[in-house]
Design a protein around this ligand. Structure first.
Ligand code: MD3
Ligand code: FE
Length: 245
């Protein structure tokens, strides 16, 4: 197998080879020596960041998979329209949301909780298979999530630092998928206050919050509105998958 022309620029004289990385869930690494492939192996070579125990899998979903998932989420929002609930302090959230699954996350002046029905009185639609597939791959094929919260960030929307603690069993991780505009995700500690660190989440990135990171404070302090072309009118969708009971 000759070295493909578009990778010739990667030939490193020192190593006498060229590395070719194919992005995807499973990538192929081919090392060329004198224009001949000498090693070819498939390996997972995804960029993986870890910040305060939160795992970020960059580009977990390729653009095609992102588009398919957005289509599925549009279906969820058609069955269970987006709404902007009030926090228990009576302030309307800037993020619009809806849910899929057995439970939907909800808030009003009575506080944060999970509800079996959308405010319309109807049950939440099922979690799309495209979304469950990510959970099956990264968390468990035996126990599926009870809730897929869909957060939609229009221009200027953000989410203050908070903990996710409305679930019964914190031994299950929370998984999140980012789609659309890039957002700054801020991570603090389990305790209130103290320093924070931030990481930019781009379309297709997946975050896993398990173990000691399950209860860290976190939020979205900024969205680069219009930075992605995935959603025709801009904005950011975040999906969070959780085991609730
Ligand atoms: C860290 N959503 O819905 S997802 C939320 O981008 C929420 O819409 C943000 O926080 C968003 O509750 C952040 C990343 C995330 C989700 C859950 C976590 C980080 C987490 C739970 C524990 C620790
Ligand atoms: Fe959260």
């Amino acid at each position: 197998m000759p070295c493909p022309p578009r990778f010739r620029g990667y030939i490193s004289r020192g190593l006498g080879g060229c590395k070719r990385r194919l992005w995807g869930k499973s990538r192929e690494l081919v090392i060329f020596r004198d224009g001949v492939a000498v090693v070819s192996e498939r390996q997972a070579m995804q960029t993986r960041l870890e910040i305060r125990g939160v795992e970020v899998l960059k580009g977990y979903l390729d653009p095609k998979a992102q588009e398919a998932m957005v289509g599925d989420i549009r279906g969820v929002a058609a069955a269970a329209p987006l709404f902007s609930p009030e926090t228990r302090f009576g302030r309307k959230m800037s993020v619009a949301m809806t849910s899929a699954g057995k439970y939907g996350w909800y808030t009003d002046r009575s506080g944060y909780r999970y509800e079996r029905r959308h405010p319309s009185g109807r049950e939440w639609p099922p979690i799309p298979d495209s979304v469950l597939a990510v959970w099956r791959d990264l968390v468990s094929a035996e126990r599926l999530p009870d809730c897929c919260l869909v957060n939609f960030y229009r221009d200027g929307a953000k989410m203050g630092l908070h903990q996710d603690r409305d679930e019964a069993d914190f031994s299950w991780p929370v998984l999140s998928v980012s789609l659309g505009d890039t957002a700054r995700f801020r991570i603090g500690s389990v305790e209130r206050g103290g320093s924070t660190e931030a990481v930019w989440l781009e379309s297709g990135d997946v975050c896993l919050m398990g173990g000691p990171a399950r209860l860290v404070h976190h939020g979205i302090d900024k969205v680069r509105f219009g930075s992605s072309s995935l959603l025709s009118d801009g904005g950011r969708i975040n999906l969070t998958l959780r085991v609730v009971d």
